[in-house]
Design a protein around this ligand. Structure first.
Ligand SMILES: [Zn+2]
Length: 267
């Protein structure tokens, strides 16, 4: 999966270089200029696993890994989520694409069917087994996320994974399920309620590591909140004036909660 970087492909390229899941950025007096490096100014890095990931503003873009965090002055590493709001949205989401692809490549260095090494496809964003020719595309895992409204309140829950914030219910779609099936199953399993009037709200790629979040709103139908005490450790109904600690603005979870707050807050 090595890619020789030379000539013009290198000259004006944007680079998304990761080390241990953190992105290399240029930083000047605490101000982050860009989440990438132009090839023409690129210091003497030796990126590994280089993959072309498309173009942005007419510049060729590549993702690659760095083996060390030993970088020159003026550069630093940042967690991707820390960059939201510090760089333009289109660059943040392109970096998110790079992060997703980097993870996928790392998990597919060898063929899952025969164990041979995988090679990057010359024609499309895929890797192919040199031995059995299996082709593997980047994995995208759809997940639903749903704001359940009961009169002037919203259902929010704390999960064991992120106990500091309350959020709307989310879960991965299983084989054979529609989005609606998944919403009904997740709500039954995690909080023991049923809903009606499920409506599409929006969607958002969420590359941590490979989700596509598909957001919905729904109305409470019946059932008392009964948490599973595994994934969910606390759940309740909250009014717009009594919202607890909620997720950061980058997430579609927050967009759902903000939508509710705007809808229900007394003028
Ligand atoms: Zn194979």
């Amino acid at each position: 999966m090595e890619f020789k970087v030379s000539g013009d492909a290198c000259k004006d390229a944007y680079w998304f270089l990761f080390c241990n899941d953190e992105l290399l950025v240029a930083e000047n007096a605490g101000f982050i200029n860009t989440p990438w490096i132009c090839g023409s100014k690129m210091p003497n890095f030796t990126p590994a696993g280089v993959q072309y990931i498309g173009s942005l503003d007419g510049h060729q873009c590549y993702v690659a890994k760095l083996g060390s965090k030993n970088v020159p002055a003026g550069f630093t590493f940042k967690e991707l989520r820390q960059l939201y709001g510090q760089v333009a949205d289109e660059y943040f989401w392109f970096a998110a694409r790079a992060f997703h692809i980097m993870h996928w490549l790392r998990n597919n260095e060898f063929c899952g069917r025969c164990g041979s090494g995988m090679q990057a496809s010359a024609e499309e964003l895929a890797v192919e087994c040199a031995h059995c020719r299996q082709i593997v595309y980047p994995r995208i895992s759809p997940a639903v996320i749903v704001a359940v409204i009961r009169e002037d309140k919203i259902l929010l829950a704390r999960s064991a994974r992120f106990p500091a914030v309350y959020s709307v219910i989310a879960g991965f779609v299983e084989p054979g399920e529609t989005f609606e099936d998944c919403i009904n199953r997740e709500l039954q399993e995690e909080v023991g309620i049923t809903v009606t009037n499920i409506k599409y709200f929006g969607n958002q790629p969420w590359p941590f590591p490979d989700s596509l979040m598909v957001a919905f709103t729904a109305q409470y139908a019946q059932g008392n909140i009964t948490i599973d005490n595994k994934e969910i450790i606390e759940a309740g109904w909250f009014s717009a004036r009594e919202l607890p600690s909620i997720p950061p603005k980058v997430s579609i979870a927050r967009q759902l909660i903000d939508w509710f707050a705007k809808l229900k807050k007394p003028q």
